[in-house]
Design a protein around this ligand. Sequence first.
Ligand code: MN
Length: 219
Amino acid sequence: MITEHYPFKLMPLPYEYQDLEPYIDTQTVTIHHSKHLKTYVDNLNKALTGYPMYYNWPLEKLIKNVNVMPQKIQTDIKNNAGGVYKHNMYFKGMSPRSIKEINGSSSGPLKEAIIARFGSIENFRDSLKTAAMGQFGSGWAWLVSNRFGKIGIVSTANQDTVLTMNLCPIILVDVWEHAYYLKYKNKRGDYFDNWFKIINWPQAEKNYISCTQSNPVLR
Ligand code: MN
């Protein structure tokens, strides 16, 4: 990922708003990206304005060091830096080409790790779905790697991230209602099943490799 810092910009999507149809509808992707994500970006910049010592800090650094920042901006930084970080990863984590990719013979270290840990891609899907369905209210479900390269599933509330738990994100799904309500109404499980079909596996593989390479223990 390019090291981005203040003033943060709205990340362009790597596909058109309508490209995730019929899994995620055009209106939801449009509003989620151009309104929800844009608001996190704008509010993050607003919170940082007047604090030039943080102007060259990338998102990860802001998230991990929020506790040493002035108390009056901590909540805004935590929520909005977390929001930008996770939405950028969520949107990059979906691909209109994935149906072909998952049905093809594509493989890699991540798929091998998933099969070693969960037994099959289907079992992994079921475990991640349990976490996504079990997250009460707004939040996210994640596939993460710990500092020893061991993968596992966690869920977090609101705009919390796994970075502060020293976990490295590989795959994540937004289960805030704004991510699915226009099309799926209260059926979070149907949204999850369709989101799973458009996971950008090549990107997830890249994330996993960078999780293990950034860890000196595994080098
Ligand atoms: Mn969202």
